[in-house]
Design a protein around this ligand. Sequence first.
Ligand code: GLC
Length: 619
Amino acid sequence: MTDVPTHPHDAAFQSRLATWQPDLARTLARVYGRDAAPAVTSRLVAIARAAHDVRPEELLRLDEQRLGEPDWFQRPTMLGYAAYADRFGGTLRGVAGRAPYLRDLGVGYLHLMPLLTPRPEPNDGGYAVMDYRSVRPDLGDVEDLRHLATVLRGQGISLCLDLVLNHVAREHAWARAAREGDAARRAYFHVHPDRTVPDAFEATLPEVFPDFAPGSFSWDDELDGWVWTTFNDYQWDLDWSNPDVLCEFADIILALANLGVEVFRLDAIAFLWKRLGTDCQNQPEVHELTRALRTVARIAAPAVAFKAEAIVGPADLPAYLGVGEHAGRVSDLAYHNSLMVQVWSMLASRETRLATRALQQLPQPPASTAWVTYVRCHDDIGWAIADDDARAVGLDPVAHRRFLSDWYSGAFPGSWARGLVFQQNEVTGDRRISGSLASLAGLEAGDPGAPARILLAHAIVLSYGGLPVIWMGDELGLLNDEGWADDPDHAADNRWVHRPAMPWPVVGEGADPHGITAGLRHLVDVRRGLPHLHAAVPTEVWDPRDHRVLLVVRRHPDGPLLAAHNVTDEEAWVAGDVLDWLGLRGPGLLDALTGAAPEVRDGAVRLGPYASAWLHDGG
Ligand code: GLC
C-alpha cells in the first residue's frame, strides 16, 4: 500500500471539520429534530468537501490568510461601498475597470447589488433570482464574475454579493418544477390549497409592500394553490423547514465562494422562518439556520464572511450578530438600521435625546463582529423607533414617526428635505421614505446647511464603530434621480429615485462644488489613523449634557476617543465634566479632524454648526 501524501490544505480541512462538525450537528438537531439531523449533517459535510476539493489555490491561500487576521473587516482602514453594477460600471468588466476609483476613495469592500440572473423585469432590482449559477446576461457571465473578484482582490477589495435566500423568482427552476407538478419541488415552498392557513397567518402578519403587493400570499393557477409571497407576487418564499432548501443554499454559497465572492449579504434574513401567531420575523430558527450555513462556510471556505440584512426594530437587531450561545457563530456583519434611523431623526428634530436612549439600549456586539454603519442604502427608510424609547424621552412615538415622514417628504413647514413617501400603510399610518442622501439632507432644496449636514452624517457613521458603507453617489452628493419613473418597470417603485447612475465624465473631472467629496475623503483618511475606531473597540453612547450633541466614546488601550457631533445649525458644547471623566483635559487634547486643539471656553469644547470633533489625547 502506498501512502498518498496529504495535501496541507486537506489536512486543514480535516481539522476544521473535526472542530465544527459537532456544532453543525447540534444546530441541525435544534432545527430539524434529532432523528433528521444526522442525515442533513452528512449531506452538508459532503457538500463542503466537494466544494473544498475544487477551491482554487489562490482562495485556499486567502482562507489561511483570513484565519490569521480575522479582524480584516473591523479595522479602521476598512471602508465599504455599495453599488449597482450596471449603474456604476455598465458591466462586470466595467466595474473591474473602476477598481482604481474605489481604491483611491479608500474602499476595501464592495457590495454589488444583485447580479445573478433575475427573472425578466419586474424583478425588484434583481431580488427575484431565477438562476443562482449564472450572471445577468447584460452584465457579463460567470467568468467575468470570477475575473472581477480576482481584480478586486488584487486591489485589496473584497467582493460582497447578495444571497437572496428568503425567496426565489416564480421562474426559478424549483418554482417551475413545482408549477409542473413536481411534489418534491412543491415542498420547497409554502403552498396551501385554500385560504384557511393563509388567513390564520395573515391575522398577525404585517405587510411589507402594502401598496404594490398587498397580503403575504398569492394565488397561482398552475400551482392550484396560495403560495407564500412576503414581497412581490413573483417572489416565492422558500420553506426552510425543508432541509433540502438548506442543502441547496449551502451548495450555492460555496460555488460562489469558489468564484471569489468573499462576503454574502443575507437578504431579508429576518423572514426565513414562519410561525403561526407571530409576525414571522426574527424567529429563533433564523439564527440556527444562519449558524448552520456559517459553519459549513467555516469548514469549506473560511475566508467567507456573512452580512445580515435584517431591517428590524432595535430589540431584534443584536441577535443577528449573535447573542448568548450564538455569539460569534452567526453573521459577522449586520446593518445597523437603528443608527441609520437615528441619524435622520436627529437631523430633523435637532436633538439627540431619543438617539442616545435608543443606542444605549443595544448591547455591545461580540468582539469578532461589526455593525455595518451607513447613512443611506438602496432601500427606503422605515422609522424603526421603539415606542418605549420614544416614551422614555417624552415623545409620542406615533407623532414622532409622523413628524419624520412629514419632514423627509418635505411636507413639514420649513423642511429642507425632498423625499418621496414609499408604501403608505393605510392601516398603521406608516409612511416610509425614499430619496437620495443629498436630497434628504437639503442639498436639492438649496439649504445652506446641507453640505455640512451630509458630512456630519458621515462623521457619525465613520466614528460610531463598525464597517461604514457608502452608498454609490453619496460621495458626490448626488441628488434624487428626476427620471426615475421613466422606466415603466420602475415606475411603481419610487426607491429608484435614490439609485441614480454614476455621472462618470463629471466624476472624472473632479468637480466638487460643495466640498462633499473632499470632506468625506478627509474623514476617511483621519479614521484610518485612529486605532480607537477599530470595530472591536466597544462603543459607548454617553448622556448628552447639551442635547444638541451626540457623544460617542471609544475606549482603546491607547486612551479614549470622544466623538462629539453637533446635530444642529447652532453652536453647541461638549461639557467639561465629560472631558474630566475621560481624562481628556491635558495640554495634549487634540481634535483629530482638524489636527489642532479644540476651542475650549469655560472648560467646555465648542462645536460649530453641524461640526464633529474626534477628541483624544494626542500628546
Ligand atoms: C431586501 C432588499 C430589498 C428587497 C427585499 C426583497 O430588503 O434590500 O431591496 O426589496 O429584500 O428581496
